[in-house]
Design a protein around this ligand. Structure first.
Ligand code: NAI
Ligand code: A1CAB
Length: 267
């Protein structure tokens, strides 16, 4: 893949995870990245953690060298930032990671440049991201190929229809938070049963990762893998009964739906 120079507008949580992962996996070179963030603490973070990255407070006059502009500010701020870029009059690939903001709105705000909408997630930072994207009609095949390879460099990537983006947000966009809650709760359970906190956390995180890896590597249905753990009359089936009684499945389904609904509202 030909490397592209990138400007990241909004160097917060997701911007750090995405650009950090892309630098870590050599998708982009630190020297080819410009971070625009008006927050001084955020600028300081970038300077301390990535000294080779160019860090500025405003996009004005700083986007010329960038082939791609990634918009990573909050959804409500996207239109204003996009208009600032449009005023620069440049023809760049615009990538928005904002939840809920549709391609049509983005495209109109940036003056109908090539636009791709991405829903990434924070594990991109450690090369274990799950991202989906959709492109507007002006985006070229080379643009789609670049974003696919860039996102694949930090995890798995899938092209979806724009109508599927809210569901993606509910699942993988917000999902790391649900699973971190699960890890924390599992560790709490083990602490309740007498394990030291640090060991409980390590075993909980590894168990979640191991279960996910089993699903991915074996291709077997999670129900089948679950059955393999539950011995007749054993410990696991007693725990599964408790989880069903307490509504874990319903809670997870409702969580994905709530996030997807909120994403639709943001548009
Ligand atoms: N946090 C997450 O896990 C995910 C977030 N997203 C999307 O990423 C976007 C950013 O979210 P977070 O990183 O969580 O928020 P954040 O608040 O951590 O980061 C936003 C950053 O943008 C900066 N900023 C705000 N307005 C600016 C402007 N006009 N010019 C330059 N910089 C500006 C802020 O100072 C801040 O550092 C949102 O649109 C969100 O929907 C998408 C997927 C996952
Ligand atoms: O909570 C949010 O709105 C963002 C979008 C998906 C994950 N975090």
């Amino acid at each position: 893949m030909k490397k592209r120079t990138v400007a990241l507008i909004g160097g917060g949580q997701m911007g750090r995870a995405l650009a950090g992962g892309m630098m870590g996996s050599d998708v982009i070179a630190a020297a080819d990245l410009t971070v625009v963030d008006h927050n001084q603490a955020s600028q300081q973070w970038w300077k301390e953690n990535h000294p080779q990255v160019t860090v500025v407070a405003s996009p004005d006059g700083h986007l010329d060298r960038s082939d791609v502009v990634i918009l990573a500010v909050k959804p409500y701020a996207i239109t204003k930032v996009a208009a600032q870029i449009a005023a620069g009059g440049s023809e760049k690939l615009i990538v928005s990671i904002a939840a809920g903001v549709p391609l049509a709105k983005l495209s109109a705000s940036v003056g109908h440049q090539r636009v791709i909408r991405v829903m990434p997630n924070t594990p991109s930072l450690v090369g274990a991201g799950a991202s989906a994207y959709c492109a507007d009609e002006a985006a070229t095949e080379a643009d789609c190929q670049w974003i696919d390879e860039a996102l694949s460099g930090v995890g798995v990537a899938a092209q979806v229809t724009e109508a599927q983006m809210d569901a993606v947000t509910g699942l993988s966009g917000s999902g790391p938070a649900y699973i971190c809650l699960v890890i924390e709760a599992l560790a709490d359970g083990a602490v309740l049963c007498g394990l030291p906190r640090a060991l409980a956390m390590r075993l909980a995180a590894q168990t979640v990762m191991g279960a996910a890896k089993m699903v991915m590597d074996t291709g077997r249905h999670p129900g089948e893998l679950k059955d393999a753990v539950a011995s007749p009359g054993g410990t696991t089936i007693a725990a599964l009964q408790s989880l069903e009684e307490n509504g874990l499945r319903a809670a997870m389904i409702a969580a994905v739906e709530a996030s997807a609904k909120r994403s639709a509202e943001l548009s």
